[in-house]
Design a protein around this ligand. Structure first.
Ligand code: SAH
Length: 277
């Protein structure tokens, strides 16, 4: 995959993209990330990228010309072709007003050959960029950042780790929080340990523990130590459901629950299952 980032602060990305899986994906040749300095696409002595808003009001707005020029230099397919799905390319404007960036969107983007991320600044970007140049606007959450750079780094990280081969153990990216298509093998068919049967299925992940089994008086749940795969699977599913119910009940609306899940939820709601309500 090729990722192009368009920004007025190219140096910003030195840090975030140089670590962990993003770095690994680049080194392994799975991804090529290029950062483009918007000021290189200005034509005046002051390399002006912003101007005052028409209609008055606070702050400055990123001008359209350098952004259009920069995108033209990237030699992408035409916007109509991109929008029709004829090519695996997407031009994304990071924006607080965008549709929410989710794991599902990350998976969609990971299937493309090329993504371009345009980072706004100041009061935002001249709307003609959203209307005529970008294919979609993405927001990383319901809060306002000062620029699109952190948001672009978030998108890149979430997408890169989904590229086949980027994460050493591919199963781990199929089982984590929010992943809807988690493998739900029946417990009876399960032969190789409990893990793949309690994949999140669109819920939050279950809690993880490692050694030591007891630390400053805090013990790891007994069930994880006794080696009964069936019990571990059920416990993990219970915990995932409980955490989702507490922290993100909205996620439960979108997922398919098994009869066992429904029973567990009823138990949690009635304060059984050893859970505090
Ligand atoms: N006036 C705008 C905020 C501009 S913030 C508003 O009220 O909606 C400046 C830039 O930061 C934006 O152009 C965008 O690129 C980036 N940004 C801010 N919040 C963001 C978010 N939640 N997700 C993605 N990008 C964001």
């Amino acid at each position: 995959m090729k990722a192009d980032i368009v920004t007025i602060f190219p140096d910003f990305f030195g840090g975030p993209l140089d670590y962990g899986i993003t770095r690994r994906a680049s080194e392994m040749g799975l991804a090529k990330i290029e950062v483009h300095d918007l000021r290189q696409f200005t034509h005046d002595r002051h390399r002006t990228v912003d101007d005052r808003p028409f209609g008055g009001g606070e702050g400055m707005v990123l001008k359209p010309e350098p952004i259009f020029d920069c995108l033209e230099a990237l030699e992408l397919a035409r916007r109509e072709q991109r929008l029709a799905g004829g090519v695996k390319e997407s031009v994304i404007l990071l924006s607080a007003q965008g549709e929410r960036f989710t794991q599902k969107v990350a998976a969609e983007l990971a299937a493309l050959d090329r993504i371009v991320l345009i980072c706004g600044r100041y009061e935002g970007v001249d709307e003609r960029v959203a209307d005529y140049l970008a294919d979609r606007e993405l927001s990383i959450g319901d809060y306002v950042l000062s620029g699109g750079e952190l948001a672009a780094a978030v998108v890149i990280e979430a997408v890169m780790r989904l590229l086949p081969g980027a994460v050493g153990n591919a199963a781990s990216t199929r089982q984590e929080s929010f992943v809807e298509q988690a493998v739900r093998k029946s417990a009876a068919a399960e032969g190789d340990g409990p893990d793949s049967t309690c994949g999140s299925g669109g819920l939050l992940d279950y809690p993880h523990y490692t050694r030591p089994a007891e630390f400053r008086g805090m013990a790891v749940p007994e069930v994880l130590i006794n080696g009964n795969h069936q019990e571990i699977r059920r416990w993990r599913r219970e915990q995932a459901l409980k955490k989702t119910l507490c922290n993100r009940p909205d996620l439960l609306e979108g997922v398919e629950l098994s009869n066992e899940d429904k029973k567990i939820i009823a138990g949690i709601r009635s304060g059984k299952n050893g859970f505090r309500s």
